[in-house]
Design a binder for this molecule. Structure first.
Ligand SMILES: Nc1ncnc2c1ncn2[C@@H]1O[C@H](COP(=O)(O)OP(=O)(O)O)[C@@H](O)[C@H]1O
Ligand SMILES: [Mg+2]
Length: 379
């Protein structure tokens, strides 16, 4: 059948093809019947020459793939697009499977399709190595997760212990102190510790629940002023906490409890960062941010910015970039859970807004929560 004749390689090329033992290279007629193949074909697939020449190449496919028309699809794609490449399972003569990389090229002579050249590479070893690597990566990720949870548990247990120790000692001392100012100091200490404990449990709850929000329209200025004393107390005795609330205070859709937790987290971070007397400023303003501020900015939308700024030591760039990751903390065990900023960022994005950190070593830190003023969906 002269029309099925393909330009079989010259002797030198034939020799070359025979030496490529990791590749099965064969020539097929336009219908997929095998005209010739190289030694690699024999080695990889286990058939001898006479068992293969004249056979249809679909015999190398898994029966279910052949039934689905995979072999024809390969030929058609090669004809239409000038090449077909795929990876999949193929069968050897003994029925065993091997992972194959397959390339089919059409052979065109005088503008006419005269057949196909098919190159099959046995990539089982590479594939299995990749699978082992993937499995190892999964195991490692799992181990890291467990380690993170262990760290967290350790931190939280220490934190709660500290909280309870302060409360218990204060109560204990209260019993036999008569001096009113001393009693007041002890009550303050116990209250502060209890606030810290409740914040910690809020952080854990928010993280574990993935921040279930219950958004309702709120006037942020009212919310902030309502809890101003709590923030002042959280800032600690040596840090002044001031408020610069803009005249305009539009209504925003938020979960008030989560908003207050976020603000508490920011104030607590500012207090923790301060080594000497310092200032914390909670401020609000309304603006239409530039799209460059954050990838989540909705162009033309008005946002309410709520910022917590401090004049503490600030963060280096590495810390700033990682600060919002869950469990990321630079604090010693028992002082930080690494969940504060991740709660802030989770809250902001789930409220349809975003949050960002401005900070540099020696220049203090400002964390801003931006909430869209117009609700995303009219209700
Ligand atoms: N106001 C701030 N000034 C300096 N560093 C900060 C400030 N806020 C956060 N950070 C850094 O970001 C890290 C992560 O903060 P956070 O998520 O609240 O976890 P945690 O406070 O438990 O460490 C902190 O450990 C600290 O290194
Ligand atoms: Mg924190």
């Amino acid at each position: 059948m002269p029309e099925h004749e393909v330009p079989f390689p010259l002797n030198a090329e034939a020799l070359l093809l025979r030496s490529l033992t990791d590749y099965a290279i064969y020539m097929m007629d336009p219908d997929g019947y095998i005209l010739s193949w190289n030694a690699g074909g024999e080695r990889i697939k286990g058939y001898s020459d006479d068992e293969v020449i004249g056979q249809h190449f679909s015999r190398f496919y898994l029966p279910e793939d052949a039934a689905r028309g995979e072999p024809q699809r390969g030929l058609e794609t090669a004809r239409r697009e000038g090449r077909f490449e795929t990876e999949g399972w193929r069968v050897r003569k003994d029925g065993s499977r091997f992972r194959a990389n397959i390339v089919i090229d059409p052979i065109i002579q005088d503008g006419r399709l005269v057949g196909f050249a098919k190159v099959t590479k046995d990539i089982t070893e590479r594939y299995e190595a990749q699978q082992r690597l993937k499995q190892a990566e999964r195991t490692l990720a799992q181990a890291q997760k467990i380690n993170a949870i262990r760290q967290l548990t350790l931190g939280v247990a220490h934190d709660f212990n500290n909280v309870l120790a302060v409360v218990m000692t204060s109560l204990d001392l209260l019993k036999d102190r008569r001096d009113e100012s001393q009693r007041q100091r002890l009550i303050d200490a116990a209250q502060k510790a209890a606030t810290r404990g409740s914040m910690l449990s809020q952080q854990l709850l928010a993280f574990a629940r993935g921040q279930r929000l219950d958004p309702e329209p709120h006037d942020i200025r009212e919310l902030i002023l309502h809890s101003a004393d709590v923030y002042r107390r959280a800032a600690g005795p040596s840090t002044a906490c001031g408020f610069e609330l803009g005249d305009e205070s539009p209504t925003v859709q938020i979960d008030a409890t989560q908003f207050e937790a976020a603000l508490m987290n920011l104030v607590a971070n500012a207090r923790d960062a301060m080594h000497c007397p310092g200032h914390i400023t909670i401020s609000t303003r309304v603006l239409v941010p530039d799209a460059a501020v954050h990838p989540d900015v909705r162009p033309g939308t008005r946002y309410l910015y709520i910022s917590v700024a401090d004049d503490g030591p600030g963060m280096d760039e590495d810390t700033r970039l990682r600060a919002m990751e869950p469990f990321f903390t630079t604090k010693e065990v028992g002082r930080g859970s690494g969940l504060g900023l991740s709660q802030v960022f989770g809250f902001a994005s789930q409220s349809g807004g975003f949050a960002f950190i401005e900070s540099a070593p020696g220049s203090g830190t400002r964390v801003t929560i931006a909430l869209p003023v117009e609700p995303a969906v009219e209700q």
